[in-house]
Design a protein around this ligand. Structure first.
Ligand SMILES: *[C@@H]1O[C@H](CO)[C@@H](O)[C@H](O)[C@H]1NC(C)=O
Ligand SMILES: *[C@@H]1O[C@H](CO)[C@@H](O)[C@H](O)[C@H]1NC(C)=O
Ligand SMILES: *[C@@H]1O[C@H](CO)[C@@H](O)[C@H](O)[C@H]1NC(C)=O
Length: 309
């Protein structure tokens, strides 16, 4: 009787051990599979460091990805013109939003266009609230900027794409500062973002391509540098955080199950520091250059097993 009892205990013990081994195996397996490796590289795309250039008074900072593991292991690529031209060959890229997004578009333009031309475009667009569209003929690329300073206007744009069943290969969107400045109620922003999320569902183009989608987040706001008074009162960090919370809650970001990958301008601008902005809202080009590099790397990762567009 005792003998049987012992072996029964032993059996239970072995079954338990087996069960534990199996569950550990099942739990751990995803961490070693290639799909999870890809996801984790996307998660650490923002792991960058700025470097001052003491040799050059008044120069903007330089930057690189962290050299340590696991970032180094992801081997992120700093695109320069030749690589960018190959990748963006015959693509259609749209930036839609406010002046932050426009700075992102200019960083993109800088990667594929001659510096003199970029300077002219930048000067031309400076104070204009207008769309801009250009073809980079050498690589048959189309680059658009759509002036959509309010979140609800982004929804309209998405519905237009949807109606035509023709989507850009990449869409980078972002709005919030104008909602903060001119629409005093954050719950309107909330409503706009939720309808934006709905408009992003079932994006199917005629040729079955699905666009790569990004959200360009608001920057770190430094109210003391702002004029006029109205901006100083409405564009504050606590209010930005409140509005940013609506972005999280709307679930448009992929971290919350949505379709947009966040380009974290807030993080990148805060890390660059107050000396990287004159007006407390618009930062040095380097901040937006990094965002574009992060975006291109994300597209590369998302398309590991298929052509990017
Ligand atoms: C762009 O694509 C075309 C056609 O596929 C090809 O002939 C050309 O070499 C490509 N250009 C670059 C810069 O990759
Ligand atoms: C904002 O709008 C919501 C819903 O329309 C309303 O319940 C709330 O009282 C408003 N808040 C302010 C500060 O006006
Ligand atoms: C939004 O979510 C991100 C990622 O989880 C988090 O880091 C951030 O603090 C959230 N923002 C707000 C305003 O709660």
């Amino acid at each position: 009787m005792t003998c049987l009892h012992m072996s029964l205990n032993k059996m239970v013990f072995f079954i338990c051990v087996l069960f534990i081994i199996l569950s550990v195996g099942v739990l751990c397996k995803p961490y070693f599979s290639s799909s999870n490796y890809r996801i984790s590289c996307i998660d650490i795309l923002h792991s960058i460091v700025y470097k001052d250039r003491p040799e050059c008074e008044g120069c903007t900072k330089s930057w690189s990805w962290m050299q340590s593991s696991p970032v180094a292991k992801c081997a992120f690529k700093k695109f320069e013109k030749p690589d960018a031209s190959v990748m963006l060959n015959r693509s259609w890229v749209v930036f839609a939003g406010d002046s932050q997004t426009r700075l992102g578009m200019l960083s993109m333009l800088k990667l594929v266009e001659e510096p003199e031309r970029v300077r002219i475009v930048k000067e031309h667009l400076k104070k204009l609230h207008t769309d801009y569209s250009t073809n980079i003929d050498s690589i048959g690329m189309k680059l658009d900027f759509k002036w959509k300073p309010y979140a609800r206007r982004l929804t309209k744009l998405m519905l237009e794409f949807k109606k035509n069943e023709k989507y850009p290969d990449i869409i980078v969107m972002g709005a919030g500062l104008w909602d903060m400045l001119y629409e005093t109620n954050a719950s309107d922003y909330d409503v706009s973002l939720r309808s934006l999320r709905n408009s992003l569902q079932d994006l199917n183009s005629k040729d079955g391509k699905v666009p790569h989608l990004f959200w360009l987040a608001m920057p770190k706001l430094i109210s003391s540098k702002m004029t006029p008074e109205e901006k100083r009162h409405k564009l504050t960090e606590p209010r930005r955080s409140m509005y940013d919370n609506k972005v999280n809650a709307s679930k448009i970001l992929n971290k919350f199950g949505g379709p947009l990958l966040k380009l974290d301008i807030h993080y990148l601008s805060e890390l660059c520091g107050p000396q990287c902005t004159k007006d407390g809202v618009h930062y040095d080009d380097v901040v937006y250059d990094i965002a574009v590099q992060i975006m291109l790397n994300a597209v590369l990762i998302e398309s590991t097993h298929k052509p990017p567009f």
